[in-house]
Design a protein around this ligand. Structure first.
Ligand code: H79
Length: 433
């Protein structure tokens, strides 16, 4: 019989992808949205747009002919692949996924399939993806591409663009045949081993067509993991909706995606960056449900990662340097979420992520069935006193100033403690809730 993990992980081939191990252990990824929209920075003809910078072509109903002109001004001379990869490394990030082509239809890589790409259509004339693939690999970071396989607002036959082309006259199969598939073959063929191929907003294909599409690409990179937004419940691991964490632990390989401020693509007037404390807590929260957090940054049109992203990610990395044991390689906590925070697990250990210290310093673990052996602060290794009231465990928690955002307390125990009655959710991925 299949385990619940395998039921989800086996949706494509009938067998779980054997390459999920690194992904399940990774816990923290970096998403990068970078395209022509970064140059527009959330403004078109003097009007500011909010929400999602990468949607400006749609929000402002920019005709293809005008959008094409933006490419002539896109010259990200500040782009430095080693700096980006080093930032990821310093932040404790284990994998990176960058937009090779978003819905705008512009290719951020060298392609023979279209002229609307960074090498042919901009003064920059170089392929930044080549450099980034190398810089990440050099640092042991898994590298992957986001590719908008259906939506392409630049192409007469691309999905979902109702302001410039007639939706009823579109031949989606022609678009898949002539652009999406050949470009994906370039991406899978020309950039070395890819950890992930991240699809988004599926459409225009039946389940059988999607299966053929996936199998066709898989030949090129059998070890790559395909995200569930390839559609029809297919894919090697599951993505939740944009900025969504499930309420209860979920088994199998999955990921929550969030962005650092309120936009995926760069918007110059969006200063609502999550603080290091917020990132650390979000990461712990996602890990406590058993998933990975892929956090997005949106570099600007010059190729700079916003200074707050740089600063705050480095701070996050400092916390992970000391507390990484409680995150990397962990699974969902067996202690349900409490008023003080959440937990993550490793064999014989529960890591308590204390984000709100009880004011009386008494930390409650209700109904703990295991036999507690030792309780200590992860960073200082200072042992903490605790008592067992027969039903509950009460831990004496001093004030730890150093890691106020999230103080990790380790509970070592023996014996079996309750597991959740976990179900594989029936929601099909690749859809927006
Ligand atoms: O790449 C990011 C989004 O652009 C993409 N998925 C993430 C990873 C995405 N594609 N479609 N959607 C998300 C859902 C569409 C949301 C919308 Fe809107 C709401 C489109 C129009 C209203 C957000 C807010 C975008 C423009 C305004």
């Amino acid at each position: 019989a299949q385990t619940m993990d395998e039921m989800w992980d086996s949706s494509v081939s009938g067998k779980a992808n054997p390459n999920l191990k690194w992904f399940k252990e990774a816990k923290f990824g970096m998403f990068i949205h970078w395209g022509l929209y970064a140059k527009l920075a959330g403004e078109w003809k003097g009007k500011r747009y909010y929400g999602s910078g990468e949607w400006i072509m749609s929000q402002a109903r920019i005709p293809v002919a005008e959008y094409k002109e933006v490419a002539k001004t896109f010259n990200p001379i500040k782009f430095n692949a080693d700096e980006w990869a080093q930032l990821a490394k310093d932040a404790g990030i284990k994998y990176m996924v960058i937009t090779a082509k978003h819905h705008e239809g512009f290719s951020m890589f060298d392609t023979k399939v279209s002229d609307f790409d960074i090498v042919d259509a901009t003064p920059y004339k170089k392929d930044p993806m080549k450099a980034l693939a190398e810089a990440t690999r050099k640092r042991g970071i898994q590298f992957g591409f986001y590719y908008s396989q259906f939506q392409d607002w630049y192409e007469p036959n691309g999905g979902k663009n109702s302001w410039d082309f007639d939706e009823t006259k579109k031949d989606y199969q022609k678009y898949y045949r002539e652009k999406a598939i050949p470009q994906l073959k370039e991406l899978l063929g020309n950039y070395g081993p890819l950890g992930i191929v991240w699809f988004d907003t599926p459409g225009g294909m039946t389940k059988e067509q999607t299966l053929n599409f996936v199998n066709d690409l898989r030949v090129l990179q059998p070890k790559s993991l395909f995200s569930s937004r390839v559609g029809h419940g297919l894919g090697d691991y599951r993505d939740f909706g944009d900025s969504e964490v499930p309420d209860t632990p979920i088994k199998g390989a999955w990921e929550s995606i969030y962005t650092h401020n309120d936009s995926w693509g760069y918007i110059k007037h969006d200063m609502n960056f999550k603080t290091p404390a917020e990132i650390i807590r979000l990461l712990a929260n996602v890990a406590s449900k058993g998933g990975n957090l892929m956090l997005n940054v949106g570099p600007d049109g010059e190729g700079n990662i916003p200074e707050y992203s740089v600063k705050f990610l480095k701070e996050t990395g400092k916390w992970l340097d000391k507390n990484g044991e409680s995150i990397y390689g962990s699974t969902y906590g067996l202690i349900p979420a409490q008023p003080w925070g959440v937990s993550t697990s490793k064999p014989g250990k529960q890591y308590l992520h204390v984000m709100r210290r009880p004011l009386d310093g008494k930390l409650l673990i209700p109904d703990f069935k295991g036999k507690v052996a030792k309780v200590y602060n992860l960073v200082s290794q200072q042992q903490l006193s605790w008592k067992n009231t027969g039903k509950d465990i009460w831990i004496d928690l001093p004030v730890f100033e150093a890691d106020a955002a999230n103080t990790v307390v380790v509970v070592e125990y023996s014996g079996k403690i309750d597991d959740y009655d976990l179900k594989v959710p029936i929601t099909v991925s690749g859809q927006y809730p």
